[in-house]
Design a protein. Structure first.
Length: 367
């Protein structure tokens, strides 16, 4: 097992003192500890994290540490290859990658696919790596850092599931939501009450899709047209927009704050097309809840100005249960591309299941 405090002290001795990345469930005990450090920036996506790290090196001539899940490695390929690669600018970077779907671990199908190809992908990118499983493997990290600094190229540490010991968080994040506000499950129930049987629902990754799936199974809601984004974080709004190109479809995108921010540029495409059959709901708990609860900073972010500036014709914000029912009902009647931001508390239902039989789900959605 790996002790996060020991790992951070070790990296500091190696003059690695700056961290940026996107949270991952495998690395949550590491990243939750990082949230207490000033030299840490939570990035919107993995490509941005690599780019921030490159900028840090260019400003300080020091190696940054960039963390991510292996599924996010695809987002990071562009700057890794077109900027940091030895054949271009030759930038030393330390990547810490949570290895979902690693051999010998039971995982979801989408993670097993990526887990199987992770090593080969790193080899194809020319990135030297080592699997780190315990504190005594720090010597492997030391060798990687030395190699990276000499060759001026990215290197990577692969971390398997259940490898990092839990670390208690000293600093509790301030809850920006009022006491009478709502849970994500309340939003989903209200949506299901207000949509027609043929309405197409596209739900984002993590707890949103899992809770929607659970509601359909256990609370007597009629079988609907749901497409669960079990992978492809950040792309739910684009998939939903693509579905809306068929004008006979009434489409509702159930988005999350971390997901939406990951590929914010898609809102420009959606807003400028201004489709009457597209409804965009943001379930905003200001956190990456399903991978550890890391806080997302919204203090200086004005989503009303952003969405209206990108072409959405209407923006609504819901802060409490009193406004929830009225706002969702209004949204479903509204003609035009509407953005509904709903502030929710963190928290999920117990014994939460996961969508299964993906081909069957797809075929039902296509009917």
């Amino acid at each position: 097992m790996i002790n996060s405090k020991k790992l951070l002290k070790f990296l500091e001795k190696k003059d690695v003192k700056f961290y940026t990345g996107v949270p991952d469930s495998v690395l949550k005990n590491f990243t939750n500890h990082l949230s207490q450090k000033n030299s840490h920036i939570l990035a919107s996506n993995e490509g941005s994290a690599v780019s921030i790290g490159i900028g840090y090196y260019l400003a300080n001539k020091k190696m940054p540490c960039i963390y991510m899940q292996n599924s996010g490695l695809a987002n990071a390929i562009n700057p890794l290859v077109s900027i940091a690669h030895k054949g271009v600018y030759s930038i030393p970077l330390l990547l810490i990658i949570g290895w979902r779907g690693s051999p010998g671990f039971k995982d979801e199908p989408q993670h097993l696919i990526k887990g199987k190809i992770t090593k080969n992908l790193l080899k194809l990118l020319g990135i030297r790596f080592a699997v780190i499983q315990r504190d005594r493997d720090f010597n492997k990290i030391s060798k990687l850092i030395k190699y990276s600094k000499i060759k001026k190229i990215p290197v990577a540490c692969l971390i398997k599931n259940n490898t990092i010991l839990p670390v208690s968080e000293k600093n509790k994040t301030k809850n920006f939501i009022s006491k009478d506000s709502i849970l994500r499950i309340d939003v989903l129930r209200e949506v299901l009450k207000n949509i027609k049987s043929k309405t197409k629902l596209i739900s984002t990754t993590g707890y949103t899709s899992r809770e929607l799936y659970q509601l359909r199974k256990e609370e007597n809601f009629k079988k609907g047209k749901d497409f669960y984004m079990i992978g492809g974080m950040g792309h739910s709004s684009s998939v939903a927009f693509g579905v809306s190109t068929n004008k006979s479809n009434q489409v509702v995108c159930l988005d999350g704050d971390g997901s939406m921010l990951m590929h914010l540029g898609s809102l420009h495409t959606i807003g400028n097309m201004n489709k009457n059959n597209f409804k965009h709901i943001l379930i905003n708990n200001q956190a990456h809840e399903s991978v550890g609860g890391q806080k997302i900073n919204f203090i200086r972010t004005n989503l009303e100005k952003i969405t209206k500036g990108l072409g959405y014709s209407k923006y609504l914000k819901v802060r409490n249960k009193k406004d929830l029912k009225r706002s969702i009902s209004y949204m479903m009647r509204y003609k035009g591309t509407i953005f509904l931001e709903i502030l929710v508390k963190k928290g999920s239902i117990k014994n939460l299941g996961r969508p299964k039989n993906f081909i069957k789900i797809k075929e039902n959605f296509l009917k």
